[in-house]
Design a protein around this ligand. Sequence first.
Ligand code: GAL
Length: 410
Amino acid sequence: MKHITKVIIGLFFFASMQNVSAQVYSSTGQLLSPTPPMGWMSWNFFGDNINEKDLMEMADALVSSGMKDAGYEYIFIDDGWQGGRDKKNNMIADPVKFPSGIKALAGYVHSKGLKLGIYSDAAQLTCAGYTASLGFEEQDAKTFAQWDVDYLKYDYCNAPSDAITAQVRYKAMADALRKSGREILFGVCEWGGRQPWRWASQIGGQLWRTTDDVRDKWEKKPTEKWGVGVMDILDVNAELNNYAGPGHWNDPDMLITGLYGKKGPSGDGGGVGCNDIEYQSQFSLWAMMNAPLYATNDLRNMNNATKNILLNKDMIAINQDALGKQAERKIKTASWNIFTKPLANGDVAVAILNRGNTDAAYVLNLSAIGLTGKYEWYDVWEHKTISKSNKWNGMVKCHETKVFRLKLLK
Ligand code: GAL
């Protein structure tokens, strides 16, 4: 009988969460995360092999590279920082990796005008086997607030697979963060299995992962058992455009730009690396889809191609546009995907992706994607106006994404 009551309550809870989006506002009435968050995350490059010195150097590099000025704001400590709990059950950082502690690191990051993100998990142990927050939500949220943390990525390893438990556990931490006395962004990371786009915003999340972890590759080969790449993730995330908006974003995982298959977990699962055209495509598509833009490469050693991608302010402006509309995939064939994203000033961003395995010519008539009239075409990667027309034709390299900002001519 007890079990039946629990199931019925659970079903009501689950039903009440479907397709609802509720935004979270700060104490001053501002929407938390009105545009997708931007920053740098430690996981893809370092895995759990992190320490305060490397993270401080990444904060320095975020500033000196010009990325902070371009909008990148967060330094994220992913899994591997934890050193267990003290006698009062307060979470502590690994004293060898973080001898000065997280509060000191937050102070350093804040002194640079940046913010700090941290990681935990809705179970007893995280994905990499470290101490996690189940049963300690309020205590851990208070600890994070006391350390001056600005963002929590909350993972779901070692937790039961059903959606109701996930909603209950995520809500417990979201509530705890709200009570912590500090504004802390909440990123839900259960990889899309329980359709978080239907409930994560309602329980207090500002964004939710939609897929498995991105590996440093273009797409999963049929012979590979696991490891998703840019195209596999695109095909999931592109279909979820109606769920995203200011304060509630689909998160198709981190950028792999500039990793070149060199290091860290992004190299697992067939992550042999991409070429710069493919990295530029991921950046373009992620920006069009209002994804959070988290670089993950070694910011201390970036080549010009990587800087050129991560610092493209025209592309970032499309991602950070105030209207917050995720691009819609208007055309989808085996070789070509065409996306449109309406912008706050009335412009429209258009992306043309060549998924085929050769360079190819393409003709885009704007009428085919529902746009009437004549437009001025601004090439977002060439940084110049290229034509006034109701169509575009040209070559698109293998795996390239062309992006244009279109202004309607009166
Ligand atoms: C995964 C998560 C990754 C990373 C990793 C840490 O579940 O999707 O982004 O955080 O755990 O162990």
